[in-house]
Write a new protein. Structure first.
Length: 706
């Protein structure tokens, strides 16, 4: 905060997960005052003229403070307010949210909403009285016109979440930091420089008045970079930074399938790069190193080693061979200075803490190292869902791992987090995710779960246009008409779009999945939910797309669509009215082998349980218990069913908490559960290596016998 008569040195303001804001004078470790009022974490602050302070919080509000008092509460976002900014000349307050929207406020009223980002908004930067910038989890930066609300430009370059941005002293250029290890400098709308860091995340960036730039990163270090030769660090500091970069682990999965023998050798580094920030992988004789082209220094700089390559054998499966077994990762760990490094093998289906414990036991290491080793695993596998399933590759967005794949990224997959407050176990969890209440930390559940993740509209429409050329002549949609679907993808109503989507969901099963994905997204809107629920034969059509002969993606999206119908009253009534056919469709999908497919089926069952738990309808509850039992237990012919062969732990967990929600305090449901031998199916889950699943199964078994 700028100086005033009371505090001539100005103030340093901090927001915290203790829900308060503290004020400090520079040089003092004790706060001079505290601001209270927010109900959840305070995660964003901005100062303006005349002593105004703007704060954003996980409680979905922003607050305006003056003279140590809250003078306005800005309410309107649907999720956490993660970013704030002030345009002082116009008295406009800006707020960016996990609901993907940005809002402008004046005198406490919302005067403009800016939509365009396809994921959470993480940072804001005021360029001028008429323009501002935003950054997002969708890996983009956008420039906006304040008054009209138009998006003036979109900047791409980062390959993962963009957490922070800051405007350079010239008022137009800017810097950004993100989850891809980089700080990037943008000039004239182009990424002019990429500065890699020897850690996973660059959480905060700041442009200083003298033109230097600073970064705060996940390794707990603040670094300052300069263009001024007189301020460049000593040679020792520079060498230490480059050495840290060179030894940084780079997960092989995000780089795609690596065949070491096909990579170029060190001699290729004699050729200059094509642009600043270009990266290349080099075969250095059994190991793979990653280099970045630094245009300013006109040389290649080593920025890391591909994890799992050094000292191990890369398999055609993409895994690494260690002591005769295949692993997703084989880390080299320096436990003690002077001692030889140890190999730490790890599969992403393991719990990090259990893998860490095995490592300590094998090498007879002190128990005090457990947290350090577990956190090492978590930090070096960020971006991968641990303890649950396989990794996602990142390559060509059209044909590779980042191509449009419906439901590829489930924000509720139950991934194990690290210490990152944005993406880790302490991260903001929006409404609609699992919220267990009384009794234990697992069940009963009181809130529905929805599948709201949205792929970029251009990817979905691109796939529709491709399929539009393959369907029969009587099914082809005019090319221009497909654009009417964009408002539906963005959650808005559009009469023409509804008509087009109504036709598309009747396409043949091999072509219908992009339309089902749009349907899943669009029914978040109450009006669209109602319109489709009024469509004659709507549930029958969806069930037909879920039959065993349909493609797996199609069946999974039907399950997600049914799940999302619980968001509004009309959808809820329809799905409960057709519970027999919907549950039968869910049971028929038990042969799905992908995690997303299994989790979609289980989540549909969970939502049914949440809906029916407070209702006096034992017949409907019995149908849910039966369906859950069929998914968990052995198949009728005595052979092992999907649960016994490997039903995804997160899917199993959702089935268990659904069952727990139904039987909680309901003796009738408990009796029904015993009559269909559910306790035996639940007992199978008590031997899982996934901690929460084992714990929940034990609690559920106890509840059935109490």
């Amino acid at each position: 905060m700028p100086p005033d008569d009371t505090y001539p040195q100005g103030l340093i303001m901090t927001g915290s997960n203790d829900k308060t804001i503290l004020a400090y004078t520079p040089g003092s470790a004790e706060p001079v005052f505290k601001l209270t009022g927010h109900q959840e974490n305070v995660c964003a602050l901005a100062s303006g003229k005349f002593g105004f302070l703007l704060s954003g919080s996980w409680d979905k509000t922003a607050r305006v403070w003056l003279n140590q008092k809250c003078v306005m509460v800005l309410e309107g976002h649907e999720m956490a307010v993660w970013a704030v900014g002030i345009i002082s000349g116009q008295g406009i307050m800006l707020t960016g949210s996990a609901d993907k929207c940005i809002k402008a406020w004046k005198a406490g009223k919302c005067i403009q909403t800016y939509k365009g980002h396809t994921d959470c908004v993480r940072g804001l930067g005021v360029v001028s009285e008429s323009e501002f910038l935003s950054c997002s989890n969708d890996a983009s930066i956008r420039r906006w016109a304040v008054t009209s609300g138009d998006c003036l430009n979109v900047y791409f370059g980062h390959t993962n979440y963009v957490y922070s941005l800051s405007i350079l002293p010239n008022g137009q250029d800017f810097i950004t930091g993100g989850e891809d290890r980089t700080l990037r400098v943008w000039r004239d709308g182009e990424c002019a420089q990429t500065i890699y860091h020897p850690c996973e995340s660059v959480w905060a960036v700041c442009a200083l008045p003298n033109g230097d730039i600073a970064s705060g990163a996940s390794d707990g270090i603040i670094r300052i970079f300069t263009q001024a030769s007189e301020r460049v660090a000593s040679q020792d500091v520079l060498e230490t930074f480059e050495a840290a970069l060179a030894s940084a682990p780079v997960a092989s999965q995000p780089l795609g399938d690596i065949k070491t023998e096909d990579l170029p050798g060190p001699e290729s580094l004699q050729k200059p790069g094509k642009k600043d920030g270009q990266t290349t992988m080099i075969n250095t004789g059994g190991s793979v190193d990653v280099y970045q082209w630094d245009a300013a220094q006109a040389r290649w700089i080593k920025i890391g080693n591909v994890v799992g390559s050094s000292g191990s054998t890369q398999r055609s499966s993409g895994k690494t061979l260690h002591e005769g077994k295949e692993y997703d990762y084989v880390f080299t760990v320096d436990i003690q200075e002077g001692a030889p490094p140890l190999k730490l093998p790890f599969n992403i289906t393991e719990e990090p803490w259990m893998a860490a414990q095995k490592f300590l036991d094998k090498h007879q290491l002190p128990q005090a190292y457990l947290e350090q080793v577990a956190n090492f695993i978590i930090e070096n596998t960020k971006g991968v869902t641990l303890g649950m399933g396989s990794a996602l590759a990142h390559s060509d967005p059209f044909t590779g791992g980042d191509r449009y794949v419906p439901g590829k990224d489930d924000p509720m997959d139950g991934s194990t987090g690290g210490s990152d407050p944005f993406t880790g176990s302490g991260r903001y969890v929006p409404d609609g995710q699992i919220q267990a209440i009384k009794g234990n930390s697992h069940f009963p559940v009181k809130s529905f779960i929805f599948f709201d993740n949205i792929s970029p509209s251009e990817q979905i429409l691109g796939k529709l246009r491709e399929f539009n050329k393959c369907v029969g002549p009587d099914l082809i949609i005019p090319e221009k008409s497909l654009d009417s679907l964009i408002p539906l993808i963005e959650g808005n109503t559009n009469r023409e779009g509804v008509k087009i989507l109504d036709k598309l969901i009747s396409w043949p099963q091999e072509y219908v999945f992009p339309a089902l994905d749009i349907l899943r997204i669009s029914i978040k809107n109450a009006e669209l939910n109602r319109l489709f629920c009024e469509r004659p034969g709507f549930t029958d059509l969806l069930c037909s797309h879920a039959d065993p002969g349909s493609p797996a993606a199609c069946r999974m999206l039907v399950m997600r669509t049914f799940t999302n119908l619980f968001r509004h009253e009309e959808g809820m009534k329809l799905i409960v009215q057709h519970i027999d056919s919907v549950l039968q469709a869910a049971i028929s999908c038990r042969d799905l082998t992908t995690k997303n497919g299994q989790v979609a089926v289980a989540t549909l069952l969970l939502n049914f349980c949440v809906k029916l738990a407070p209702v006096d309808d034992l017949d409907a509850k019995a149908k849910c218990l039966q369906a859950a039992g069929e998914l968990l237990a052995l198949s009728e012919n005595g052979k092992e069913g999907p649960a016994a062969k490997g039903l995804d732990p997160e899917a199993s967990y959702r089935l268990l908490i659904g069952l727990g929600t139904l039987i909680d305090g309901d003796d009738g449901c408990k009796a029904l559960a015993h009559s269909i031998d559910l306790p035996a199916a639940i007992a199978q889950c008590q031997t899982s290596e996934v901690g929460k699943l084992t714990e929940c199964a034990k609690l559920l078994s106890q509840a059935l016998t109490s």
